[in-house]
Design a protein around this ligand. Structure first.
Ligand code: EPZ
Length: 431
């Protein structure tokens, strides 16, 4: 298994470019199931989860062409024939977002058989709200042998009120409602930029949607959707991870190709701890030569502070003067990285969903273990400031959502390398 070897305490200098958003690309690829015409997606990140999604769609009979060379971030998906409307356990267990095919399959094929995702390192993460929403649109749902089977001759418009805000739940039902008969009103929706980006693609495909990006979305169902071309938004979590790397390493880093307005809560928090931030078009410049001071943080749904930046922010708290309290409001078990940071000398106390961090504490290099995607990003950040050479094991977690992170960080001065078998470079993959 691949490992990262990182020699710390090097200021990051120069420009690092952000890739397309994994969490916008995955629902966009699932949306291709809604039409028998080709969908062309640009700015698709080259990460492991995209490869899993490609396999999932191909297993249903879709033609998925992942570009290479100059077109390496373009994907063309044609679902003109759907052989089997099923998402098998083997794929769903490796990527929960596979459940995003549920709504599109029922809407397009009238039936979907999707494996239940099971537990996850960061929480139970049930998909009951996805199923409840589909029932509001007239689907009948049975659950047996670890699978959900949803059926509907044709979905019909309905009124969905989400018990709690769910990102992929909103996306799943938005796709389903696009082909339903009549109007659907969805309330207490997620307002994440990835939801609005999906709605932009669906609208290009002929869907009639109002209010995406707000808590209330109205969908006027249509009988057919057509092909489209769409550019995926930049990855705000990858951008946020690099911005924190700049702030922590007392460097002078330009994070380019991002959408600063998607990062407001993070940038405000970093300014509160003392990082110097300057926005110039699609670039955020961060210089971290000033002492950081502690500031509490609670994760919230968008536009609040993203839970996917919580682990990375915990490293900032270890390097800030004073006591910071971090409250994780979205997932019940998202402090796995704290144990590894403790091994590097951090001072952290966990009580349920609250972490109390005392800083500033010098971090020392150690052998550490990644447990999930964002936890592994926080270990990379800690290693960049630690004294000595850190070895991070199980970096396959980070490959799920960060495109060649070691090359990008080396490009701005990080002393970082990957050991073990290299992530295969793609050469003209077609299903
Ligand atoms: C999306 O997951 C993201 N994944 C996650 O990013 C992100 O952490 C999360 O939203 C929150 O921002 C993708 O977009 C592919 P939720 P999702 O449904 O949609 C509970 C990353 O690191 N819930 O908004 O699965 C759930 O358990 C990943 O890139 C139910 O109870 O998250 C959680 O506590 C990790 N029933 C809360 O709601 C449901 O049916 C929010 O989850 C659905 C969710």
């Amino acid at each position: 298994m691949d490992k990262f070897v990182i020699r710390g305490a090097t200021p990051l200098l120069g420009t690092v470019r952000v890739s397309g958003a994994k969490n916008a690309a995955l629902p966009a690829m699932a949306a291709a199931l809604l039409t028998d015409e080709p969908i062309i997606l640009e700015n698709i990140p080259q990460v492991r989860d995209i490869e899993t999604e490609r396999k999932l769609l191909a297993s249903m009979g879709a033609e998925v062409e992942l570009g290479y060379g100059r077109a390496q971030h373009r994907t063309t998906i044609s679902c003109h024939k759907l052989l089997s409307p099923e998402a098998p356990y083997d794929l769903v267990k490796t990527m929960r977002a596979s459940t995003l095919v549920l709504g599109p399959l029922v809407a397009r094929a009238g039936v979907a058989r999707v494996s239940l995702p099971g537990g996850c390192a960061i929480g139970a993460r049930p998909i009951d709200l996805h199923m409840k929403g589909l029932e509001c649109l007239g689907a009948s749902i049975i659950q047996e042998h670890g699978y959900i089977e949803a059926r509907a001759e044709r979905l019909r418009g309905g009124h969905i009120v989400f018990d709690r805000i769910t990102v992929t739940g909103t996306e799943d039902l938005l796709m389903a409602a696009s082909l339903a008969e009549g109007e659907t009103v969805m309330e207490n929706c997620a307002r994440e930029p990835e939801v609005a980006d999906l709605a932009a693609l669906l609208t290009k495909m002929g869907a009639r949607i109002e209010g995406a990006g707000t808590s209330t979305i109205r969908v006027h169902g249509v009988s057919k959707l057509h092909g489209a071309r769409h550019r995926i938004i930049p990855d705000r979590i990858e951008a946020g991870t690099f911005i924190i790397a700049g702030a922590l390493t007392a460097g002078d880093l330009m994070v380019a190709g991002c959408e600063p307005r998607h990062l407001t809560s993070l940038l405000q928090k970093l300014e509160a701890v003392g990082a110097k931030i300057r926005i110039d078009g699609d670039t955020v410049r961060v210089t971290g030569d000033s002492a950081l001071k502690a500031s509490d943080m609670s994760t919230e749904e968008y536009p609040g502070f993203p839970t996917d930046m919580q682990a990375q922010y915990m490293v900032v708290a270890t390097q800030s003067e004073g006591t910071s309290v971090i409250t994780e409001n979205i997932f019940e078990n998202r402090f796995m990285h704290a144990q590894e940071l403790l091994r590097m000398g951090a001072n952290i106390k966990i009580e349920g969903r609250r972490a109390t961090i005392r800083g500033k504490t010098p971090l020392s290099a150690a052998a550490v273990l990644a447990s999930d995607l964002r936890a592994s990003a926080s270990l990379v950040l800690a290693a960049l400031v630690a004294d000595g050479e850190t070895i991070i094991d199980r970096v396959y977690h980070i490959d799920r959502g960060y495109e060649r992170i070691e090359e990008k960080l080396r490009g701005v001065g990080a002393r970082m390398k990957r050991i073990g078998e290299m992530l295969p470079r793609r050469e003209g993959v077609t299903a």
